[in-house]
Design a protein. Structure first.
Length: 314
């Protein structure tokens, strides 16, 4: 029997496997909600139990299909608000549209901010997310925002793997802070790949800052999307004399020809978390998946009991 009588967990269709793991960690059942799509494409939600006065957590990554999963999240939150839930927390393991966080050129939208506005307008009163592509997205919300880090989970895996004399590599200048945190946890030196993007989803390696010759390297990013950056970076590291290349990330988007690129590359292992479900066609012998469920479950408990979430990373 759960100790959390007023805590309820709901989800749409984005990632039922992860939600089941979180519910098991919490010792609760996933609450009844029927989320289906009409023949005309509209989404219909029916809440199957009372939520009056409950502390509700709606767990839904906004991964592919991004727009369907986002709309399911918004409609679920709206339905729960209208059903008199006491507080609704949107738990978004992967925040879609996060890479559209600023105007890179004239007349660009800032879609990450638009999504934040929609989530608040739907009735969410708190947001819990993992490894935002841009940390400033937290400031797009006028409600409390808890930002979890995937690095400790990835670090624990590599600590247990006991790779000697490893070097942590950031695939670009923007990811240096993340790579530095991993390097600190592994007590390893840091190297950086300097690259440029002539156009979206196209990367060119310029040069490598740091010593990787004869050493195993661990390249870390928040997202692997088309795997172009990672594959190109891995080849550049091997060309510079790296002994072997491991890759890790929090969000395995793996769109387009990502799996083919990874399988074609000389990357030894790709370590990811399950913030995004991996469809059968996106599975590979090289991909190792770690569960984010205990971290999210512990954060949910702390939010429910009004405890500090940041203490999870002390």
């Amino acid at each position: 029997m759960s100790n959390f009588k007023k805590l309820k967990v709901f989800t749409g269709n984005a990632h039922p496997g992860l939600v089941s793991e979180i519910a098991e960690y919490l010792g609760v059942e996933v609450s009844a909600a029927f989320v289906q799509t009409f023949s005309d494409g509209e989404i219909n939600v029916a809440i199957g139990e009372s939520v009056r006065g409950a502390d509700v957590f709606v767990i839904q990554p906004t991964c592919m299909p991004v727009n369907d999963n986002l709309m399911e999240l918004l409609i679920l939150v709206d339905a729960l608000r209208r059903a008199s839930a006491r507080r609704i927390t949107a738990v978004i393991p992967y925040y879609g549209y996060a890479r559209q966080d600023r105007k890179a050129k004239a007349r660009d939208p800032i879609t990450a901010k638009l999504v934040a506005n929609l989530i608040v307008a739907s009735g969410a009163r708190r947001v819990l997310a993992v490894d935002l592509h841009a940390g400033q997205i937290q400031g797009f919300f006028d409600i409390p925002f808890d930002h979890l880090q995937g690095v400790p989970i990835l670090a624990e895996y590599f600590i247990n793997k006991n790779i000697e004399d490893a070097v942590v590599v950031s695939p670009d200048l923007g990811g240096v802070t993340r790579a530095r945190v991993l390097a600190g946890r592994l007590h390893a030196p840091l190297a950086i790949i300097d690259k440029r993007r002539p156009k979206p989803n196209v990367a060119e390696v310029m040069h490598i800052i740091g010593d990787v010759e004869g050493k195993p390297v661990i390249m870390i990013d928040d997202i692997i999307d088309t795997a172009g950056t990672i594959s190109l970076g891995a080849q550049a590291l091997l060309d510079k004399g790296a002994k072997e290349v491991y890759v890790c990330c929090t969000h395995p988007v793996l769109s387009g020809g990502a799996i083919e690129r990874l399988n074609r590359s000389f990357i030894k292992e790709v370590v990811v978390t399950n913030t995004i479900p991996l469809a059968d066609e996106k599975r590979s012998e090289r991909i190792k998946t770690l569960s984010i469920a205990p971290l999210l479950g512990e954060a949910i408990i702390r939010i429910h009991e009004d405890l500090s979430v940041s203490k999870l990373f002390d």
